[in-house]
Design a protein around this ligand. Structure first.
Ligand SMILES: [Zn+2]
Length: 114
């Protein structure tokens, strides 16, 4: 499952950063998930609950925010949110030469703990 590897990267990154900052209990991890990652919030929550993790995460909760996909047209340089993610083309000139500017990453916005 795609979500398991995404979440295991998150766990690793938070664990490393928590140790650097002398945090022993993480309470909230806020994530921003681009719609293009095709990772469902419920599946991410599930992955987080089943993956083995440090005691650091005993009471940790995920807060997941979905992030819209943003495209940029190579032909007319318009930047836009696509109406759907099945057919990606420019809403101004119809070109299919589009770059994904945002929406294909999962990022940690912040995490809290003490
Ligand atoms: Zn265009």
């Amino acid at each position: 499952m795609h979500e398991l590897s995404l979440i295991s990267n998150v766990i690793e990154a938070v664990e490393r950063s928590a140790k650097e900052n002398c945090i022993c209990h993480v309470s909230i991890i806020k994530l921003e998930v681009g719609k293009m990652t095709a990772a469902l919030p419920e599946a991410l929550e599930f992955a987080f609950s089943v993956l083995p993790k440090d005691a650091l995460f005993k009471n940790a909760k995920l807060e997941i925010k979905e992030k819209e996909v943003l495209l940029s047209c190579k032909d007319c340089s318009k930047t836009f949110v696509p109406p759907d993610l099945v057919q990606l083309f420019c809403t101004r000139c119809g070109s299919r030469q589009v770059d994904i500017v945002e929406g294909k990453e999962l990022s940690i916005v912040y995490f809290e703990g003490e």
